[in-house]
Design a protein. Structure first.
Length: 63
């Protein structure tokens, strides 16, 4: 499935949630969609769990 089709489906879902459920439902659908996206990327192997918790490496030469 192309990214354009996925974007269309996500946009339609958010539109229906906003129209029938109000702004709170819109935010809930958007948050759960983002969570599902991150979980899907993790399960595909595109993300590592430590990527969210690593700190940036500090350059010791810049003192």
């Amino acid at each position: 499935m192309s990214m354009a089709a996925v974007g269309l489906i996500a946009g339609m879902a958010l539109g229906f949630a906003g129209y029938f459920g109000g702004f709170g439902a819109f935010l809930l659908v958007a948050a759960l969609g983002a969570l599902g996206f991150v979980a899907g990327r993790f399960l595909d192997g595109d993300l590592e769990p430590g990527a969210f918790f690593r700190t940036r490496a500090r350059d010791e030469r810049r003192r």
